[in-house]
Design a protein around this ligand. Structure first.
Ligand code: HEM
Length: 160
């Protein structure tokens, strides 16, 4: 059912250019990498704070600094990821590693949402100098594992 739109995408001038131009694909990939370095770097540093590192730092101050950059990085990651996808849409859509990568991205997003809706509501009680509640630490650990999984899948795409 999605074969026709994928074939259409693969035949667009943009998709052809992504395959034919020797510079376009690598430049877009560099933009993708810059974006996810900022995203995963800031998310993991925040998660480590929730897990108990650098307890002297205020969690809310750290969140307002790092999570802003994490959201802004999506402006690089998503368009660049879609452009990379457009180069080989038919192969990638069938690739189980690419499918797993998208599932892990969705799971990481839902995990971040659940963290903000549930344990983060009581952050005033564990803002600084104290251990975060077990639920918050569990979300933080899961977040690190999911993002490492996303990076692993992204890197594996070049080989499978
Ligand atoms: C949101 C966080 C994301 C992370 C952490 C991530 C991570 C990665 C990594 C590590 C690579 C390999 C880079 C390299 O080896 O040079 C990669 C490549 C790629 N990513 Fe992402 N990615 C993300 C989002 C997306 C999205 C939303 C899409 C598209 C819908 C996407 C599509 C691709 C494609 C098509 C490649 C190229 C694979 C190849 O050339 O072999 N990525 N990504």
């Amino acid at each position: 059912m999605i074969d026709a739109p994928l074939a259409w995408l693969a035949a667009t001038p943009l998709s052809r250019a992504m395959r034919a131009d020797p510079w376009l694909y690598p430049v877009v990939e560099i933009v993708h990498i810059l974006g996810f370095a900022v995203l995963v770097g800031s998310v993991v540093l925040f998660d480590l704070r929730v897990l108990g590192c650098a307890r002297g730092l205020s969690i809310t101050a750290l969140a307002s600094h790092l999570l802003r950059w994490a959201l802004a990085s999506l402006l690089l990651i998503v368009p660049a990821g879609l452009l990379l996808f457009s180069a080989h849409p038919e192969e990638l859509a069938r690739n189980p590693v690419f499918q797993l990568k998208l599932v892990l991205i969705a799971a990481a997003g839902l995990n971040a949402l659940a963290f903000h809706i549930f344990p983060y509501r009581s952050v005033g009680a564990w803002e600084q100098g104290l251990s975060a509640p077990p639920a918050a630490r569990l979300h933080a650990l899961l977040s690190i594992l999911l993002w490492v999984g996303v990076i692993g899948c992204g890197r594996l795409l070049a080989y499978v």
